[in-house]
Design a protein around this ligand. Sequence first.
Ligand code: KG4
Ligand code: ZN
Length: 334
Amino acid sequence: MRVIGIESSCDETAAAVVADGQVLADVVASQVDVHSPYGGVVPEIASRQHMIAVVPIIRAALSRAGLQIEDVDGVAATAGPGLLGALLVGLQVAKSLAATCDKPFIGVNHLRGHLLAARIKSDDIPRPAFPYMALLASGGHTGVYLVESDTEISCLGSTRDDAAGEAYDKVAKMLGLGYPGGPVIDRLAAEEGPLVPFPQALRDRRSFEFSFSGVKTAVAQYVKGLGRAPTPTDVRCIARGFQKAVVEILVRKVTLAARRYQIPRVVLTGGVAANKGLRQHCAEVCDELDLQLYLPPPSHCTDNGSMIAYAGYLDLLAGKESPIELSPRANWPI
Ligand code: KG4
Ligand code: ZN
């Protein structure tokens, strides 16, 4: 069974083709360059960029898979959560394709896509069996999820304020590092050297909630307290301290949840899961605690079409499709 998946919830226009759960082609057009001068995603610009990119991206995905649209068995697209105008573009194109080619249409929850991305079949990367404990950390969401099957997914706790990726982006903006903040802070934090210690909110709570607005404010206050523009050395020390605070709390909560629920498998997913420091620290802690860690490739952690095609494939396999009237949802809890 072949499914094409289209993703346009934020600043990535992506399309991928999955055949029997395995990726045949995966194409992404990033809008980073157009949003970068603003230090974050500008929704109106994102929608317009999706309009420009979406058809060529779909054509490229089909052509790389060696297929025509008539060869697929279903058309899936992200229906939420995300930026409404951005979602509308991918969703409407998917519906039009499905309707004209008389194929089933499937609206996919973006969070479910991220949470099942580790299950995409691959010859090289081991996939976790159910149940697993997943940390989903991205630009819009941060939470701990118990994934018991393709359809039974429960959120055990999420952020009370900013998402982890949002904190990376805002701190990077304060430090003049551009957008997106995650990759550049990750790179700076990898260098040896001293660091500025920052607080880890809700560290000793038994809940699986997060809060990242405090660490963001602490960075702002530290920079203000310098009384001058931060030097490159200041920036490196801040980046190291910020990354340590965020990474430690993320790993602490997901491994705590795994132990509390006696789940032996841990999965990291979402854009922040591409972070090298997070991957490494989580591997060390999982090793100590005898937990099995599953890390999807970074390209399946950040927004991509494969995870949407894969979730759509699972739905279609289970005989589910969405009504053609389906509207996008800015908020759509799992
Ligand atoms: O999952 P994603 O691509 O889009 C959303 O669904 O939000 O996540 C994007 C977020 C951005 O905030 C970006 O700064 C962050 O993921 N990110 C990273 C890294 N790569 C991307 N954060 C930390 N370290 C990285 N290497
Ligand atoms: Zn995402």
